[in-house]
Design a binder for this molecule. Structure first.
Ligand code: ADP
Length: 486
């Protein structure tokens, strides 16, 4: 029987709504914590896709006026776990992306949308839902990223029922900070004492992530290396001072991966399932991927990239990398979406190298699985990477990660240097400094290693056997929750 109840509030969660790794993690947390005696209920905004998946749902609480309109709290399921959905039609019932319209332009009232989510979370954690005469209070509030962060601020400055619930804010990417004009403060319903550097004020404006990081009882981020990196201006992006000040309240807990969804032994989207012992069958997926992307069929390494096409991910270097990779006799398949300029450049590269470079622009979950299964190596030249999931999926699928040594990439991949190769522990390739020259050198190392069949297979098998399940991380979160609840 669980002995603590946690409300986890976020703007996305697999399988209902996903734009990136945040959704994988929020979707996996309830399962990861169930074994630790922690019952997690997730609270999500009622986007059209989420409401549709809920079907006919029961309302357990209503707000006559939540940031300008009525709202209801609906109950449902996130996989096998309890879900609350904030149905606020004026705020969330609109077509487009979670944070932007169909053209990719941020919704101008995002501050209102996610203040409402935070206010609702603080109310619900504090016991606003009453069932059979009993207030359903939670023991702890766990908020994710800037979109969830206001929950920690509301529970501190204006808690429902008068007593603040302990809170944790997790930073999945400190580059996204939810920064708005100072003028919105008057409409947030926060007391005037909150407008302070020691509060929600942030460089003269209103900072939602800042507010959460200041107010939370503990801060976590998604890898130990990133937890250290964000104390410096280069990675902290303005929040480094606050992070450093919070000192021992900041923890790095590595993300796990969902071994049900990401397991080549029984992944229904693959041409052929396989394990470390039947690794030969991976080639069937490679053949299928070559056919799907129109790549030549040959015995050369097939690199893949599955990514948001952004500067953070080093994707501005991809056109140059692709040329270099082809010069080395390798091939490349890319799945990505993002920056329109980069999309156009990638299409041009593919046109330049027919049969050797192919690009799919868009977001395609099933294809991302087929690419991890069919690819030999996955390129991840991120300039910063809080944790990164695609390298973990790569490891699990025997698709060797080629990564920049930063954040979670540094923590999860063991570089194939001579010592690690000799000890038989290497799982991938790491390089320092994201620029064209260093990436080119990493590609050359990868192509050379691919040619040494025994070493290469060892890399693949080491990765497949490495344990990046949620076990240890679930225990770390549970320990932190218990410390805070006291
Ligand atoms: P981030 O959250 O910064 O984008 P992560 O590596 O933590 O990076 O998580 C990215 C997640 O999104 C992974 O699950 C990855 O497989 C998925 N992903 C990224 N781009 C695409 C795409 N174009 N199509 C399908 N899945 C994608």
């Amino acid at each position: 029987m669980p002995d603590i109840r946690v409300l986890s509030v976020a703007s996305e969660a697999v399988p209902l709504v996903k734009t990136g790794g945040l959704a994988d993690v929020v979707g996996a947390l309830p399962g990861a914590l169930a074994d630790e005696g922690v019952a997690v209920t997730t609270l999500l905004p009622g986007y059209p896709s989420v409401l549709k998946a809920l079907g006919r749902a029961r309302a357990v609480h209503t707000w006559p006026d939540l940031f300008g309109g009525p709202a209801r709290l609906l109950t449902g399921k996130l996989g096998a776990h309890p879900l609350y959905v904030l149905d606020a039609p004026d705020l969330f019932t609109r077509e487009g992306l979670p944070y932007a319209d169909a053209a990719g332009k941020d919704w101008p009232d995002n501050w209102r949308r996610f203040c409402a989510l935070g206010r609702a979370a603080a109310d619900v954690a504090g016991g606003a839902v009453v069932l059979r005469g009993k207030a359903q209070r939670f023991d702890l509030l766990h908020a994710h990223d800037w979109q969830g962060a206001m929950a920690a601020a509301y529970t501190r400055y204006a808690p429902f029922g008068g007593a603040a619930v302990p809170s944790v804010v997790t930073v999945h990417n400190i580059a996204f900070q939810g920064r708005f004009e100072a003028a919105i403060f008057a409409e947030t319903g926060l007391p005037s004492r909150a407008w302070h550097m020691q509060g929600v004020e942030y460089y003269g404006g209103f900072g939602m992530l800042k507010a959460g990081l200041f107010c939370a009882d503990a801060i976590t981020t998604v890898s130990p290396t990133y937890a250290r990196e964000i104390r410096s201006p280069r990675f902290g992006m303005g929040l480094e001072g606050l992070i450093a000040e919070r000192g021992s309240a900041v923890h790095g807990i590595l993300n796990g991966i969902d071994g049900e969804l990401w397991n080549p032994a029984h992944d229904a989207s693959l041409a052929a399932t396989y394990t470390a012992r039947t690794l030969g069958r991976k080639a069937l997926n490679t053949r299928a991927l070559e056919a799907e992307f129109g790549l030549v069929e040959e015995e050369s390494p097939l690199f893949v990239a599955i990514t948001r096409l952004t500067w953070q991910k080093g994707m501005d270097l991809l056109p140059e990398m692709a040329d270099h990779l082809v010069a080395q006799g390798a091939r490349l398949a890319v799945l990505g979406s993002g920056d329109a300029d980069l999309e156009a450049q990638l299409r041009a590269v593919a046109a330049r190298h027919p049969g050797r470079v192919a690009v799919r622009i868009g977001y395609d979950e099933a294809l991302s699985h087929r690419m991890q299964a069919g690819g030999d190596a996955i390129l991840i030249p991120s300039r910063f990477e809080p944790c990164g999931l695609t390298q973990l999926y790569g490891l699990a699928y025997g698709c060797v990660p080629v990564v920049a040594r930063t954040g979670g990439l540094a923590d999860t991949v063991i570089d194939a240097n001579p010592a690690a190769l000799a000890a038989g522990v290497a799982t991938g390739i790491q390089f320092d400094g994201v620029d064209a020259q260093n990436v080119a050198a990493a590609i050359e190392r990868t192509v050379a290693l691919y040619g040494q069949k025994d070493d290469w297979q060892r890399l693949q098998k080491n990765g497949m056997k490495a344990d990046f399940s949620w076990g240890a991380s679930g225990r770390a979160y549970a320990r932190l929750y218990r410390d805070l609840i006291g």
